[in-house]
Every structure is written in structure tokens, then in C-alpha cells.
Design a protein around this ligand. Structure first.
Ligand code: G7M
Length: 321
């Protein structure tokens, strides 16, 4: 951001956008993560608003100690039922924008069809992607998905946005990366810590581009990440960090997810999507010179049936009809 004035101006304009959001329909909701994705419009253009109830900040014991008393007066607690030694209630907890906000909102605007498909409810399919399928179906799709769709990545790498949030940077154009809070993190709840490390180099779109020549580099990136995180967030130790990569990712410029193991990152941290970085390195180490890299292996993952990749690519390979 060029100056504080610009930053403040951007922030007011961004808050104003939320106020202008016109509801259209619910795309998806999840009772476990207590979140909802809503499709709407802002100034007649499609927008997706995601609202997620915030987690309790277990590290902040003084706030938690006040929990039984922070309900807004006795009229805001209602007994639902009781049975023997068990009693359960509904309560309105006092919220405060700075210290205990009730929800985290994310806005995508203008939202593309790919975003709307991604945030909508959808069944998933298992894709057993051979090297041949990678070359013929996924690789051409990845080419189309680079460019504008990852403008946000380039903005971070060039310090154009989110620069004041950077937790750690190794600026080397070949070896380096930027570590910063993922947009999914509220930047306060330590148990929900979620960072993303985006590499400076542009030649790795996904796990498929990793080969044996990257082993030493991946190891040093992982250890730099771990050192930076444990130095910055002293409440967290090495054994509490989950460092992993998505296959398939949503954005095709190599990046690494770093979360607190206590955080339930939902589908993003499950089998069929998340691969531990250290497992990737181990697989590369075990690979023969002949196989050499992930380009020549079979990788299996889950794919939403709303996605263009399923509809226009894999449906005809794995679909029923
Ligand atoms: O699935 P994939 O590995 O591509 O995940 C990309 C990650 O980047 C997700 O965890 C997103 O929440 C995160 N992310 C996406 N965008 C658009 C941004 C952004 O603009 N800023 C930050 N800090 N993280 C983002």
C-alpha cells in the first residue's frame, strides 16, 4: 500500500462493498465449521460472501475465564433442558469487533463462474490420474488457469498487497518464498493458525512439476518455514505444525499450507487433497532416476463434479455416462 491514507481509503471502500451485497441464494453451508457461502451481487456483478463463526481463543485464558459471565445479562441465557446433573442452555455472548468478533467474513468480487462452482454444494469424484491423463487432461487445463486467476499471488510476491502481513520472506528469486497469514485465518486464534508460503519461482504450477532436483530446496523451505513460525508464534512448537500441499490446488503457483494441528481445516486437510510436504520429499527421495518426478507417477485425488475440470475433462473418462 502506498500510504496510510490509501490503506484507510481501501479499507473503507472494502467495508462499503459488504454493505452493498445483495443476497441471491445460498451456495453451501456447513454445520460443523458453522459457515455459509452466499451468492449475491454488488453493483449487478456476481459476488460470493462467506461467513464463518469464529472459534474460541483457547490460548487467551483470561477471556475464556470470563466466558460464563460474558453473556449479555441473565435475559440472554435460556435454559433448554436439564436432566439429573446435566443442563443445557442457549446464550448470547457479548461480541466486540476488536477482542471477540462473532464472525469472519470473506468476499470474492467480482466472482467468476469457477468461483461459484467451487463454493457451491457438490458431490465429489475420485480421480486416479495417470501420467497420461495428467498430460492430456490436466496440463492443458492448468495452462488456462494461470494468468489472471492468480493475480492475488503476484500481488503478494511483488509486495503490492498484504506486504505488512508478511511473517517471513526469503527474497531469493529461485530459492525464496513469502510466508504470510492465509485469508482463512482470523490472525488471532492461535489454535486456528493458518499460514501460506508462496514460492518466488514461477516454474512450479503444482506437485506434478516437482522432481528429484527439488529435494534439497524443499527441505530447506520446510525448515525455514518451521523456524519462522515457531520464532514468530512462540506458543506453537515444531510438533504442532502441519505443513502440507494441495493436490489438486485451487491456484497453480506452488504454495505450501501451514496450520496448527489443532485446527480442523475441513476438506482442505483430508486424504484426497492434502499431502504432507515431508511425505512429498520422502517420495522424491525414494523415486528411481527413471521415474524422476511426480510427472511420471499416478496421483489420486477428489474432484468436485461442478468443476470445469470434471465436466469438460474427467467426466468422460471416469463418469458413468
Ligand atoms: O487449494 P490451494 O492449495 O490452491 O489453496 C490456496 C490457499 O490460498 C487457500 O488456503 C486460500 O485460503 C489462500 N488464499 C487464496 N487467496 C485468494 C488468498 C489471498 O488473496 N491472500 C491470502 N493471504 N491467501 C489466499
Amino acid at each position: 500500500m502506498a500510504s496510510d491514507e490509501t490503506a484507510a481509503g481501501t479499507s473503507v471502500a472494502s467495508v462499503e462493498l459488504i454493505r452493498q451485497f445483495q443476497f441471491e441464494r445460498v451456495l453451501n453451508h456447513d454445520t460443523r465449521s458453522k459457515s455459509i457461502n452466499i451468492l449475491g451481487t454488488i453493483d449487478t456483478t456476481a459476488a460470493i460472501l462467506t461467513a464463518e463463526k469464529t472459534a474460541f481463543s483457547a490460548h487467551d485464558e483470561s477471556a475464556i475465564a470470563k466466558l460464563p459471565t460474558i453473556a449479555n445479562g441473565t435475559s440472554s441465557i435460556r435454559l433448554l433442558d436439564s436432566n439429573d446433573i446435566y443442563r443445557w442452555y442457549m446464550a448470547v455472548l457479548v461480541q466486540d469487533l476488536e477482542t471477540s468478533p462473532g464472525a469472519k467474513l470473506s468476499l470474492i468480487w467480482p466472482a467468476t463462474k469457477t468461483h461459484i462452482d467451487k463454493y457451491g454444494k457438490q458431490r465429489r469424484k475420485v480421480i486416479r490420474e495417470t501420467p497420461e491423463l495428467y498430460r492430456t487432461v490436466l496440463a492443458p487445463y492448468i495452462e488456462r488457469m494461470r494468468g489472471d486467476r492468480i493475480q492475488w499471488v503476484y500481488n503478494i510476491l511483488s509486495h503490492k498487497v498484504e506486504a505488512d502481513r508478511i511473517v517471513y520472506e526469503n527474497p531469493d528469486p529461485d530459492q525464496g518464498f513469502i510466508l504470510l497469514p492465509d485469508l482463512k485465518w482470523d490472525r488471532t486464534t492461535m489454535d486456528a493458525l493458518y499460514l501460506v508460503a508462496i514460492v518466488h519461482r514461477h516454474d512450479i504450477a503444482s506437485v506434478r512439476d516437482l522432481n528429484k532436483s527439488h529435494i534439497a530446496w524443499l527441505k530447506s523451505v520446510e525448515s525455514e518455514i518451521i523456524q519462522a513460525v515457531t520464532r514468530t508464534y512462540t506458543a506453537i512448537s515444531v510438533a504442532e505444525l502441519r505443513v502440507y500441499v494441495h493436490y489438486l490446488p485451487s491456484y497453480y503457483h506452488f504454495h505450501i499450507h501451514v496450520t496448527n494441528v489443532e485446527h480442523d481445516a475441513g476438506d482442505g486437510a483430508t486424504v484426497g487433497k492434502a499431502i504432507m510436504l515431508s511425505d512429498l520429499v520422502a517420495r522424491l527421495e525414494e523415486m528411481s532416476e527413471e521415474v524422476y518426478g511426480f510427472e511420471n507417477t499416478t496421483l489420486t485425488y477428489l474432484l468436485g463434479e461442478n468443476s470445469e475440470l470434471w465436466r469438460e475433462g474427467y467426466a468422460s473418462v471416469f463418469g458413468e455416462g
